[in-house]
Design a binder for this molecule. Structure first.
Ligand code: CAA
Length: 242
């Protein structure tokens, strides 16, 4: 029986590449969407692989309870979670508002708890599970204009390190992937002059690709990665070496 992989934020750049890679790996792939249903259905129809989509505001615990009920009704269980849903509300600290702060903390950090909490105990009971949390280079080094995002993404890896210890003996691994600047809509939304200055700081000399991130996630989800847990994999073209 194929494993069931849940990827949050699969309609985004990195999430979509992960879903596609997982389908190629032979998993049943399910993802969440937050955009209007029509838009999400149109996205689903455009994909050249099989993916089932569920509406879910990952920043809401109640929505994640409903997600669990729906996915388990359709697929029985979840074996792999990739917490990928995320947003930016960039502003200098002088200009940041409580709403900017709260939106990013709720979507990028609370969501990791809300989603993982639904499934991890059953993974432990069955003796196999994989949780891969998508953080960011900016959670590792901090980024001008991103006190909210950097704090949330650093928090993601704190969660990874703690939960990894709790479930290690049960065949469940918890890891973080920290992508650098990847060619997605999120990065293309940065003003061009600012973006070009950032690209100039990447030793590899280019943005990363979503497919490069998906290949790492695919490995972390595999049986061969059973000895890797609590790790933070940096994939940033050499922009932050530590
Ligand atoms: N370090 C030091 N000073 C900086 C700086 C930096 N990195 N960037 C800008 N400044 C300076 C500017 O030179 C400017 O100085 P002066 O006032 O003396 O001219 C001042 O700070 C204000 O900067 P801006 O004009 O840029 O301010 P703004 O309010 O127009 O824009 C901002 C602020 C929206 C945060 C903008 O700087 C920005 O978009 N920065 C990039 C943030 C970024 O990297 N976001 C990542 C998004 S993608 C993502 O998050 C995915 C991922 O995981 C990697």
């Amino acid at each position: 029986m194929s494993k069931v992989a849940l990827v949050t934020g699969g309609t985004g750049g990195i999430g979509n590449a992960i879903c596609k890679q997982f389908a190629a790996d032979g998993y049943k792939v399910v993802t969440t969407y937050f955009e209007p249903e029509e838009q999400a259905k149109a996205w689903q129809e455009k994909q050249d692989y099989e993916v089932t989509i569920y509406p879910c505001d990952v920043s809401s615990y109640d929505d994640c309870v409903k997600l669990k009920e729906a996915v388990e009704a359709d697929f029985g269980q979840v074996d792999i979670i990739v917490n990928c849903a995320g947003i930016t509300r960039d502003a200098t600290f002088k200009k940041i508002t409580p709403a900017h702060w709260a939106a990013v903390m709720k979507t990028n950090l609370d969501s990791i708890f809300n989603v993982t909490h639904q499934f991890v105990n059953q993974m432990a009971d069955r003796g196999f599970g994989r949780v891969i949390n998508i953080s960011s280079i900016n959670g590792q080094k901090g980024q001008f204009g991103q006190t909210n995002y950097s704090a949330a993404k650093a928090g993601v890896h704190g969660f990874t390190m703690a939960l990894a210890q709790e479930v290690a003996r049960k065949g469940v691994t918890i890891n973080t992937l920290s992508p650098g600047y990847i060619a997605t809509e999120m990065v293309m939304a940065i003003a061009e002059d600012v973006r070009n200055k950032i690209i100039a700081q990447i030793p590899v000399g280019r943005l990363g690709t979503p497919e490069e991130m998906a290949a790492i996630v695919s490995f972390l989800a595999s049986d061969n990665a059973g000895f890797i847990t609590g790790a933070n994999i940096s994939a940033n073209g050499g922009q932050f070496i530590h």
